[in-house]
Design a binder for this molecule. Structure first.
Ligand code: SF4
Ligand code: SF4
Length: 443
């Protein structure tokens, strides 16, 4: 098998997927109460559509916003609304949330079964919006916005790279829900008018590659592309280069080269939404790391407290050095285990001291390893320094906004410099400075 990859930077990093990659997805019973944050996506937060004391059904829309860049939220159990208040998320941020006491009935909202052949592109986009579909790979960008590009799209690329260590939820979905994934891919192709669908999968998932190749054999417009194991191949620009050999230039979006990229889980959820009318109220989360008793891929209701999910996996084993929400390269530290599982939470990792790299910020020895590793062709050593000094105008000239925040520069740095943390902060400061500048011009 001739596996493809992207052209610049990147590394093969240990993937630590062995604890869960061959375990089937298990479904966790719904908890006694769920906490549904009104913002689980990039964009405007939702307004509640219910009040305390209301009875809600499983899958019912309970929050939405009139803004375009937003996504509604839905009840993940049936029961009674017992609180609408600010709740702490896993990173400690407070977000207005609806808390529902589960009545244990899973009484569902009436749902519609549909076939994509009978739907127009516009109807598909509306259904995807109504069902609360967002990018489930980490970003949480509303899918209906992504598929509303004015630019012509000819190719939809499914991101089956899952290049972050430990995570295997997409892998298991590709193995166990291949038909749904292909249905979701065809739905997205119809929504954007694309004639070609490509599923890019790294070769550490040979069972997924074989299974999906078999499924797409009868679909002329679809293909499975085997990818080398290389981080960060799941970043959109790197995936597009690897899977379809198109280069997305600095400051441009995938649509500029006729591509739309979708996460595996998002495509599977879209299929279930279109076919069975199921809104996005559950997802698969990989629970792994040295400090969990029974590492698993768990289908869990959105709003389930993380502690309850860990208990379902046998509980914490010993004392983890850190709990990470998502992959270890890009996920935030979890500071609140009572926080709810949200739509874009792909993993909960309980890592030991030897599984994490702490920033030490020793002096730069100018080895240029960070420059060699950067998949965006940036100079992370200089960008980190400029950001730490708040010299963001200079950093902008060196294309700081192209940084995909993959953390590879920090990972390879022998001086353990916190490059990615500084660069992230630099990007935020630059956005604030630009918006202040625009405000000033408008006044
Ligand atoms: S975090 Fe940014 S600067 Fe560092 S390697 Fe990744 S893309 Fe390059
Ligand atoms: S990898 Fe670290 S030590 Fe080497 S040039 Fe980059 S910042 Fe400096």
């Amino acid at each position: 098998m001739l596996a493809k990859t992207f052209s610049r930077g990147g590394r093969h990093i240990p993937h630590h997927k062995g604890a869960t990659n061959s375990k089937s997805i298990v479904e966790m019973p719904a908890p006694k109460k769920v906490i549904i944050p009104l913002q689980q996506h990039i964009g405007a937060p939702c307004d509640p559509l219910v009040k305390v004391g209301d009875k809600v059904k499983l899958g019912q829309k309970i929050g939405e916003s009139l803004h375009f860049i937003t996504s509604p939220v839905h009840a993940s159990v049936s029961g009674e609304v017992i609180s609408i208040a600010h709740e702490k998320l896993l990173d400690g941020c407070q977000v207005l949330s609806i808390v529902i006491a589960n009545d244990g009935l899973d009484d569902p909202i009436a749902s519609k079964h549909r076939a994509i052949s009978k739907l127009s592109a516009k109807q598909i986009r509306k259904i995807i919006k109504d069902l609360g579909m967002v990018g489930l790979g980490g970003a949480g960008f509303p899918t209906h916005v992504k598929i509303s590009s004015a630019k012509p799209i000819d190719t939809v690329v499914i991101n089956g790279a899952e290049c972050e260590p430990y995570l295997t939820c997409d892998h298991r979905l590709m193995v166990e829900k291949g038909e749904e994934l292909v249905y979701g891919l065809k739905t997205l192709m119809k929504a954007v008018g694309a004639s070609r669908g490509v599923i890019g999968i790294e070769v550490n998932k040979l069972d997924a590659i074989a299974g999906l190749q078999e499924i797409v054999r009868s679909h002329e417009a679809l293909e499975v592309v085997a990818l080398q194991i290389r981080y960060p191949q799941g970043a959109e620009k790197q995936l597009i280069k690897a899977a379809v050999d198109r280069e997305v230039l600095s400051g441009c979006l995938p649509s500029e080269v006729g591509c739309l990229v979708s996460n595996v889980h998002t495509a599977v959820s879209i299929a279930q939404g279109i076919r069975d009318g199921i809104s996005l109220y559950q997802r698969v989360v990989t629970v792994s790391g040295r400090h969990i008793h029974d590492p698993r891929n768990v289908m869990v209701r959105i709003g389930t407290p993380i502690q309850a999910l860990l208990d379902f996996c046998g509980g914490i084993n010993g004392t983890p050095a850190v709990v990470v929400g998502g992959g270890p390269m890009t996920g935030p530290a979890v500071v609140n285990l009572e926080a709810p599982v949200v739509k874009n939470l792909s993993g909960v990792l309980l890592l030991g001291e030897d599984e994490i790299a702490q920033d030490e910020n020793l002096p730069c020895i100018r080895c240029a390893r960070c420059v060699d590793a950067c998949p965006m062709g940036l100079t992370p050593n200089i960008l980190g320094l400029l950001s730490s000094r708040d010299e963001v105008v200079k950093a902008e000239k060196l294309h700081i906004m192209d940084c995909v925040e993959c953390a590879l520069c920090s990972y390879v740095c022998p001086s353990r410099r916190g490059l990615v943390s500084w660069i992230k902060q630099g990007k935020k400061s630059l956005v604030v400075a630009k918006s202040a500048e625009q405000q000033g011009e408008a006044n």
